[in-house]
Ligand binder design. Structure first.
Ligand SMILES: *Cc1c(COP(=O)(O)O)cnc(C)c1O
Length: 376
């Protein structure tokens, strides 16, 4: 048994965070705007490139909500979502009064299957007489979705794309950063994501105009008048200047974190190379460059002798945290009645996958301990 608990994905500080927070206190910017918010947005824009504008928000979920809102969702509209994801990718569709329609994943990337996406779009048009209002692909566990095929279909049917890159900060598809492909892209800075602001997110926007509109909705939709005047429903979604200070500090270690998580995945891959029944999730081809936010394994119980959940329980007994994969949305009671275009991939993958400890502060000894416990 490990003396200290080995966690799935702990936040890891650069040491610069406190300086930005102190500065905020010293200058009395203890509010949801200010120099840290602006600085953090600039840092992210610099990191992402592609001439994008970034608006820092209180959560990744809020980012997806404001992105969808600006794509003009109305009550009765449908939005095509990846089933194999975390509920936060999908719930904002319902916040807008629209209905998610689910599409299965491809076997190699675990993300939205472009063929099923096209099938779903055609079938929804045939059944409802109208086009889905948006497409929400996800880069699950940091693995890029097959964006060229998805964007090609989106363009052909003229349907906008809200890209969920909450887990994929630093991942690249064909040399371009995830989150910069869609009409909007969402990032998350929750405690266990690539970087943390203790809680926060950002919406990646394509130009100044959409960034300004995002800011407008995130700050109660206040019109430009000397008194409070409202023509639209607004939200209180701006990131606090204190949280943004943590984010600025985290930018110092973002590249290191990405490199370390990739290294950890490589260590697991080497360690299990000869183990029958255990496959470490890998980039499906040269177009894909995952940040490996979480290293995942697929377990074949016939060949390995134990199921993924049995491994999870054994690890837990050894004080090591691991986690089953996201349970697909079409298998959730709340979404069980929604339309689903499937081929069995998400269900099958969910049933045999496990996320292993992947945080950037893990030592090579920690990884060796995890491997040893699994092989035992
Ligand atoms: C974390 C996450 C979100 C939501 O981000 P929050 O900052 O926690 O609101 C959305 N989608 C996916 C895939 C996530 O993992």
């Amino acid at each position: 048994m490990a003396d200290k608990r080995i966690f799935l994905s702990l936040a890891h500080m650069s040491g610069h965070e406190q300086r930005f927070i102190q500065e905020a206190f010293d200058t009395n910017w203890v509010v949801p705007l200010g120099p840290n918010v602006n600085g953090f947005e600039k840092d992210l824009e610099g990191f992402l490139g592609e001439n994008k504008r970034v608006v820092a928000l209180s959560a990744g979920t809020a980012a997806i909500h404001l992105g969808l809102l600006q794509l003009g969702l109305d009550a009765g509209d449908e939005v095509i979502c990846q089933s194999f994801t975390f509920a936060a990718s999908v719930n904002p569709v319902v916040y807008c009064g629209a209905t998610p329609v689910f599409v299965d994943s491809e076997e190699d990337s675990w993300n939205m299957n472009p063929e099923l996406l096209e099938t779903a779009i055609k079938d929804r048009i045939a059944k409802t007489g109208k086009k889905p209002k948006a497409i929400v692909p996800v880069h699950l566990y940091g693995m890029p979705a097959r964006m060229d095929a998805i964007l090609d279909i989106a363009a052909r049917f003229e349907i906008p794309v809200m890209e969920d890159a909450a887990e994929a900060l630093g991942s690249e598809y064909r040399g371009r950063k995830c989150g910069t492909f869609g009409d909007f892209g969402a990032l998350s800075f929750n405690g266990n994501k690539m970087i943390t602001t203790s809680g926060g997110g950002a919406l990646i926007c394509k130009d100044d105009e959409t960034a300004a509109r995002t800011l407008f909705y995130a700050t109660q939709a206040r019109e430009n008048r000397p008194y409070y005047f409202h023509e639209k429903i607004g939200y209180n979604y701006r990131l606090s200047n204190i949280s943004a200070g943590i984010g600025r500090g985290q930018m110092f270690v973002l590249r290191e974190h990405i490199a370390r998580r990739r290294e950890i995945c490589k260590l697991y891959t080497e360690a299990f190379a000869e183990t029958p029944g255990i496959t470490v999730k890998k980039n499906p081809g040269k177009d894909f460059d995952s940040n490996f936010w979480l290293s995942c394994i697929l377990v074949d119980p016939e060949k390995f002798g134990k199921t993924a959940d049995e491994i999870r329980l054994k690890l837990e007994a050894a004080n090591i945290e691991s986690r089953l994969l996201w349970r697909p949305m079409h298998m959730q009671p709340i979404y069980a009645k929604n339309a689903f275009y499937g081929s069995g991939v998400a269900e099958k993958t969910f049933g045999c996958g496990l996320c292993l400890p992947s945080g950037p502060a893990l030592t090579n000894d920690d990884i060796a301990t995890v491997v040893k416990e699994i092989l035992r």
